[in-house]
Every structure is written in C-alpha cells, then in structure tokens.
Design a protein. Sequence first.
Length: 243
Amino acid sequence: MADLTDLNEDLACYLQGAAAGVSVGDMQAVTRQYNAYYDARQSCYQLSLGRLQRLDLTLYLPRHSSAKTIKSARTATLKAVLAWHKTSCVADSNDNQHKHDRNDNGQSNDQNNNQNHDKKSRRDILVFDIVFFDETEMSADIPTLSPKKRLANRLTHHFDTAYFMEDLVIDMSGEPRPLQIFSRADWQELSSTLQTPCELWRFLCHHLQQLQQSLSDQRAHFEKVADLVTQFLYSPSVFTHLD
C-alpha cells in the first residue's frame, strides 16, 4: 500500500516484521451502508526515539458517490477506527496490568516507570486513503489494484485542524495514546519533505502538541499539515529532543 519515498525506505529498516492485515470491527457497518470495501494493515517501527505504530487504511468507494456521501463515509470510517484504537489501547493496558500483577512487589516501581516511559515513547498514527472503484469490478480484485490504477482513482483529501474542531470533534487531552490522523496526501507531503526517521518522530510530537493546543484553545494553530511541516523545519524544535 505504501508509496515509497526515501524516508519510507529508511523507515523500512526499522520495521518489526511484515505489515499485518487487521480487522476494524465497526467498519463492517460502514461498508454495508456505503456499498464500500476497505483494507487495513498495521506496521510497527522500532525507532531510536521510540515505537511508531502505523495503521494504513484504504476505503474503496463506488465511483458515482456524491460529495455528501464521501464526506459522510470518511467521518464514519474515522469514528470506526478511533473506536477500534481505543479498544486496542484498553486491551494493551490490561495486558500490561496482568504482567505487572505477576511481578514481585520489589519490581513494581520499575514496572510503573517502564509503563509510563512506553506511553511517552510511542506514537500511533493512521494514514487514510480513499480510492474509487467501478461497480463492475469484482470485490476480490479491489484491494489488489495496481499502483498506477490506484493513483488514477485516488481522492486527494486533507485533514486540517478545523476538521477536528468542527466535523469530527475529538478529545485528545485525556488519551494516553492519541491516534494522529493523516490523509495519504498529507503523509506523502511530510514523508517527502522530512529527511530521517528521527526528524519524522520529532515532527509527530510537534504535530500532536499543536493539535492538542488547538483543541484546547478552540483556535487553529495550523491549517494544513504541509504548513505545519514548513513551520516545524524552520523552528528550533527540529534540533531538540521532543518526547
């Protein structure tokens, strides 16, 4: 599913095993409602600054879909992914708690410190793609569209700050592992501009801080991801270690 750039090729060196297909439970309702299909794959990268968990999800919509339908399907997909992500976080937390309970009392403080460190040194991201298909195509062939055909049928869309303040209102303040959402176009923009995995990690920290601040202030601190990338590259934070 990936459109390789130099940064993506560098990231591949840190990939922990092959990307795994995942089932996003609530997506079944989305696909039924919009006569759609989806494909989701999860990848884990162990970078020097922390762990990057990336979910690539492609939503396949009928070519004749109206603008209203596309907008509605996009929001429904994000809600499904956010619900799935929250469930995954709870499951991971319970698993960590069970491991903690099995440890001796003398190790509990170290275990708590490690758990807190894991929360800080992990970033979860979604790269969301929308591709149109002709309804004459067989459903089994849709997820295996060639890169050329996928590119020709891809919808270019973006997630600016206003979207998360008006269309899909989310509360990221209390989330231990918030999901950072990017469109395929936004991801291509930042992965073609940023040079190294470490630079990407620091940008993700900056992106999360700016988005959380925007939601808290109810004032957009940035509009487009491309603008935030430029702001980031010309700010001192690119040279500092952000966790």
